[in-house]
Write a protein of this length. Structure first.
Length: 471
């Protein structure tokens, strides 16, 4: 680059300063959302006291304007697998921007998509090809399209309580009516109970099923497929010339202690696998539909069909660089082994509390995907309070726990689904023993308060009033 070109670039860059813009108008964040985006988001955040102002983040922590440290047990719904601003991913993005690549020309073959596909397939040895899109729901859309075209059949089965995305095709296999209501007609798909092989076989006998799509561990409620179910379902599907699609958008890339959650069950080899979220490194949206060679060759069967499925921003250099960096970090830092060790520690310590707290019904999950379920207490005093919440709206007690975890202990968590008394923990995969201790100590303090009739119930009464008002 010549001196004149460098001066010109510097001059152009000087016309926009994102840091200055944020300094000038960052305080308007909630007002801007209320005025121009989804108005219910700031309303909800104000209602439950989640309307914080976070200034910066690193790893599994972020900080507010006063310098207070918050522990992230949500990881951006699983996107921040390596935590925020991992130095290797950050450097990879700086490097690829500095290279000024001729990206997205659409009529060439850039090396980064091929290299990322190659690395993903090392972890998916029974699969052969990859299509890159921009999100988890796009990965699911691709899998649905590929399965229907490859089999020549219209119907896809999904499991009750599943979540596969919110675009129209993915919504068709979403097991939550609250997301589906008002958006019909959807694709011709049918729900079956997770783990019910008889129900699966009844649908397969009709001869029009292209595939079953399944989360090896459902995000809603953190329910794992029963032992042996995935293999038996795969066998049934193949005998009826249908496909198995594994949705690993949240469970993949080490979340459960193996690269994919389906790998916990020997012999399971899905025909199509969907990944996204953590593959981004928390920076650039990316999703991938990974499948068998014959499926891809059937979909892309001729030069006339070369663009029969495509994505304008799919395979862009920044996303591919981020994905390659993520896989490199996972290997170099032995993320899967770390997840198994820290996940076992967290789950064991939480499970030990079930005998101590009658409101705590169950602790379940794998790796760093853990569900904490609350249930009806035995004692009369707690039972009456529990009944008050349940009568107003199921799921309020779990929300009562989530709020003080943030407000009093600066730990961010989530209720795992509407009308569920389950908190889901999906922290960055890099959390350590100190983070585990911090969470367990805070959770214990909140549960002590709940069982002693403390301030948590005052907030519960507020939630009840709001739930009644919103009916």
């Amino acid at each position: 680059m010549t001196t004149a070109e460098s001066a010109s670039e510097s001059s152009q860059a000087g016309k926009f300063d994102v840091g200055a813009l944020l300094a000038e108008r960052g305080a308007e964040r909630y007002e801007l959302h209320n005025r121009y985006l989804n108005p219910q988001l700031p309303r909800m955040l104000h209602t439950i006291g989640f309307d914080k102002v976070y200034e910066h983040a690193e790893g599994a922590h972020f900080w507010d304007a006063d310098g207070n440290d918050y522990l992230d047990m949500l990881a951006g719904f699983g996107v921040m697998g390596l935590g925020r601003h991992h130095p290797v991913v950050r450097k990879a993005l700086h490097d690829v921007l500095d290279l000024s690549l001729a990206d997205l020309t659409r009529f060439d073959c850039q090396p980064l998509p091929g290299l990322l596909a190659e690395r993903l397939l090392v972890h998916s040895p029974h699969l052969d090809r990859v299509f890159f899109g921009n999100s988890g729901t796009e990965a699911v859309e691709g899998a649905l399209k590929f399965a229907r075209y490859a089999t020549g059949r219209p119907r896809v089965l999904y499991c009750e309580h599943a979540f596969h995305g919110l675009t129209t095709g993915a919504l068709s296999v979403n097991g939550e009516s609250g997301f589906r209501d008002g958006f019909a007609p959807l694709l011709p798909d049918t729900a079956v109970p997770l783990g019910d092989l008889d129900a699966l076989e009844r649908e397969l006998r009709k001869g029009d099923v292209a595939a079953l799509i399944v989360e090896p561990i459902q995000g809603k409620g953190v329910h794992e497929a029963p032992p042996g179910y995935l293999w038996a379902a795969q066998d049934l599907l193949h005998r009826h010339k249908a496909l198995l699609i594994a949705d690993e958008v949240q469970t993949g890339l080490g979340r459960t202690g193996d690269f994919y959650a389906y790998q916990h069950e020997e012999g399971v080899e899905p025909d199509l696998v969907c990944v996204a979220k953590a593959l981004s490194g928390g920076y650039v949206p990316v999703g991938a539909t990974i499948g068998k060679d014959w499926i891809f060759k059937k979909v892309f069967s001729s030069m006339d069909r070369v663009l029969v499925h495509s994505a304008s921003f799919g395979s862009n250099a920044q996303a591919m660089a981020a994905g390659l960096a993520v896989l490199s970090v996972m290997e170099d830092e032995q993320i899967e082994a770390h997840v198994r060790a820290v996940g076992d520690l967290l789950r064991t310590r939480l499970a030990a509390l079930t005998d101590r707290y009658e409101l705590l019904a169950d602790v379940r999950g794998r790796g760093l995907m853990i569900g904490i379920e609350f249930g009806r207490p035995r004692s009369l005093k707690l039972r009456s309070r529990w009944a008050m919440l349940q009568a107003a709206r199921k799921g309020l007690f779990a929300q009562m726990v989530v709020v003080p975890l943030l407000q009093r202990h600066r730990i961010l968590t989530q209720v795992s689904g509407d009308h569920l008394e389950v908190i889901k923990l999906i922290p960055p995969l890099i959390v350590d023993e100190g983070d585990v201790n911090r969470f367990v100590d805070a959770f214990t303090a909140v549960m002590d308060d709940a069982h002693e009739g403390g301030l948590i119930w005052d907030f519960g009464r507020t939630l009840v009033k709001q739930a009644v008002a919103n009916r």
